[in-house]
Write a protein that binds this ligand. Structure first.
Ligand code: PEP
Ligand code: CO
Length: 471
């Protein structure tokens, strides 16, 4: 698009930060894992042009602020809490669903702040988490009584979950719809936070009624109520002492993240901004590269090496320490603080063997990264009747063994990454409320991986705080 008639596009190679050979389109020269196969190229061009002409979803100021907070977390001065859906759906762009997700992240962060005595940055896995890699490109099912093979569901940015030929055909216009729904979600979140939804002066806004409904044990509820009161009292005390409002303490910031899987979508919103060098992916603050798309010579690494955002990289149990160093070199040759987030998702049973070699190698190379734990994606199982689930115990165990590995290696676990929802679903088994396999069929709402429900999430925050706080 020629959107800037009076402004010659500066050469990426000379702006001082954009890596050599990179352009917003250089990924097209590389093999793209999990590439979406669109059948109507003209419709792809229309969608791309539309996206490129629309305002950004986030700003470079916010992105740089998050980078600064990640840099603090790299030094152990802050914790990054990332959480939300596996696959967010357009239908979930509803006030009650968004409010519930925001609330559980805020409440978890409150528990962590209180117990760890350090600030927590909240990063939603929502407001744009609409694209999914799948293990198989197609799925066989029945339509009108006949067995047929159709494309898998790749997330609402690409196609629709319903098993029907039209629904499963990738539709480029869904990229525009995804953008619009991300914008509506963000708009609501920004207004809520601006309007005092999360003001710690008012612990009553942190909604204790919600807690009662969630069937949390009396002990935990009392502990939570004590924390909100303590925090509110502490803020009042400090304000009295300083005779001023402590806006920085009470202003809640919120950042977004999603898997940067669909590079047509990501690149269409990637641009230069006034008075800052380089390119920003303005669909989200923190994009991440998935375990299935992090090939060193692949399109995703090529694309994300050139943007100024912090970038997450998922690391599974087969990750080779040499590859991690090469990935860091490629993504962050200048060792900029706050830029690289390594999200280990090993599986509870693999952590002790697989994580320490990575931690030690990165430490030996002296590279600046944020180590984050995703205790979800290595712990998938299936019930005897074929329902995908994860056990609360395995999730907790991965967190605990990850924290231990960091203690032993002398490295810092600076972030955690969860698939969760503020709603009362039954997708993961276990936790104090005892979700069992028999509960899953009736209340499994995720179109993709199983999420922790409201109560499991809050319970995990308490247990994580105990593990990280040494309590
Ligand atoms: C995900 O985060 O939903 C995901 C697919 O993760 P991973 O790339 O780690 O498998
Ligand atoms: Co997932």
């Amino acid at each position: 698009m020629n959107a800037r008639p009076n402004q010659a596009e500066p050469d990426p190679a000379t702006d001082g930060v954009t890596p050599e050979g990179w352009t917003p389109a250089s990924w097209r020269e590389r093999l793209e894992a999990h590439q979406v196969v669109y059948t109507d190229p003209a419709a792809v061009v229309r969608a791309k042009e539309k996206l490129a002409s629309l305002p950004p979803l986030v700003t470079s100021w916010e992105i740089e602020r998050l980078k600064g907070e990640i840099a603090q977390a790299q030094q152990g001065k802050r914790l990054i809490l990332q959480g939300g859906d596996c696959a967010e759906t357009l239908a979930d762009c509803r006030p009650e669903v968004i409010t519930a997700k925001l609330k559980i992240l805020l409440q978890m962060s409150l528990v962590l702040i209180h117990e760890l005595k350090k600030p927590v940055t909240r990063v939603g896995r929502f407001a744009g988490q609409y694209a999914k890699p799948r293990s198989s490109p197609t799925e066989t099912g029945t339509v009108d009584g006949k067995d047929v093979e159709l494309p898998s569901y790749f997330g609402d940015l690409v196609n629709s979950v319903e098993f029907a030929p039209d629904a499963r055909t990738p539709d480029p216009h869904l990229m525009v719809r995804g953008y619009q729904h991300a914008a509506m979600t963000l708009n609501f979140i920004r207004s809520l936070l601006e309007g005092g939804f999360a003001d710690l002066h008012h612990p009553e806004y942190w909604d204790l009624r919600f807690l009662e409904q969630a069937g949390l044990s009396a002990d935990r509820r009392a502990a939570y109520e004590r924390m909100t009161r303590n925090l509110a009292d502490g803020i009042t005390f400090m304000e009295n002492l300083g005779e001023a409002k402590i806006d920085d303490l009470t202003r809640v910031e919120f950042f977004t993240s999603h898997e940067g899987l669909n590079l047509v979508y990501e690149s269409a919103q990637t641009r230069r901004v006034p008075r800052r060098p380089g390119y920003y992916d303005l669909t989200t603050h923190l994009p991440w590269i998935g375990e299935r798309t992090r090939q060193l010579d692949g399109a995703h690494v090529e694309f994300f090496r050139g943007v100024r955002n912090p970038v997450g990289i998922k690391l599974g149990p087969k990750t080779d320490p040499d590859d991690v160093v090469k990935l860091i070199d490629t993504m962050n040759p200048t060792d900029e603080a706050g830029r690289v987030v390594l999200i280990a998702r090993m599986g509870a049973g693999n952590v002790a063997d697989r994580l320490p070699p990575l931690l030690e190698r990165v430490k030996k190379e002296g590279r600046t990264v944020l180590w984050m734990s995703d205790p979800m994606h290595g712990n998938g199982t299936k019930t005897a009747s074929g329902i995908k689930t994860r056990s609360f115990d395995a999730i907790l165990s991965e967190l605990q063994s990850t924290a231990r590995a960091h203690r032993e290696a002398g490295t810092i676990l600076g972030g955690v990454h969860f698939e969760l929802t503020g709603e009362d679903v039954a997708e993961c088994v276990g936790g104090a409320a005892g979700v069992g396999e028999q509960d899953l069929r009736a209340n499994f709402a995720s179109p993709c991986d199983p999420r922790l429900n409201y109560q499991q999430s809050l319970e995990l925050a308490f247990l994580l705080a105990a593990e990280l706080g040494g309590g």
